[in-house]
Design a protein around this ligand. Sequence first.
Ligand code: ADP
Length: 252
Amino acid sequence: FKRLALKAESKDELYQMGETFNHMIDLLEANFEKQKLFVSNASHEFKTPLTIIESYASLLKRRGANDPKLFEESIEAIHSEAVRMKDMTEQLLMLAKHHERWDILPSRFNLVELVEQTVKAFQGAYHRKIILDGDFLPTITVKTDEQKLKQLLFIFLDNARKYSDDMIMVSLGIDGEEACIRIMDKGIGISEDELPKVFDRFYRVDQARSRKSGGTGLGLSLAKEIAEAIDIRITLESKEGTGTTASLFIPL
Ligand code: ADP
């Protein structure tokens, strides 16, 4: 700033520079605060599963050998908390890198095949019924990063699975200049007040339910970043008690 100030040709220019400088400091401070909050949230999120693992492990050490029921319960809890920590670490690593520095590998492919394959893989992994809605066109060619789009689809399918007990519906069609994938569930839904907040890191409407179903509170914030990185528009519509529809719009 000092070096720049020497080059200023008038008082006005100097004043302008001062303003810009102040603005930059404000931005830096705000970013720093955000980072601090992120680190504190992340540490807190890791502490919970670690505490659960630690207490079950010490229970196992003390009484596990003589109590088969306790043994089973502890192993189950330790396993699911470890899986959650692994998911969280993967998501955090991706978020920490920020999408501007991800390797994006666009290719041309048939979106119909990608949706059908992803749905099949998801059904296989979670044994949840997914209905492919309506008649799919045989081919919808798009150009984007196939793996990232798959990841995006998985996040929304996974949320539909976690927050509903009924079947999940997936539709695919063309909407103007875009292809549109819709993932619909008839689950607990999200209230109007909560809806704008669910894309924030670590935000959950219901902590207990999200944790119980293996949630990390990072899925939708990662989805937002992936969508930005590969030029996909997302909308999320929801009604509490009725269900949720996520729509992904992919340019043709
Ligand atoms: P989580 O890992 O907790 O599911 P997400 O970032 O994916 O985190 O979602 C944030 C929160 O938004 C969830 O904890 C949940 O409360 C709410 N949510 C997301 N998808 C749905 C859905 N399909 N139905 C109801 N609530 C949802």
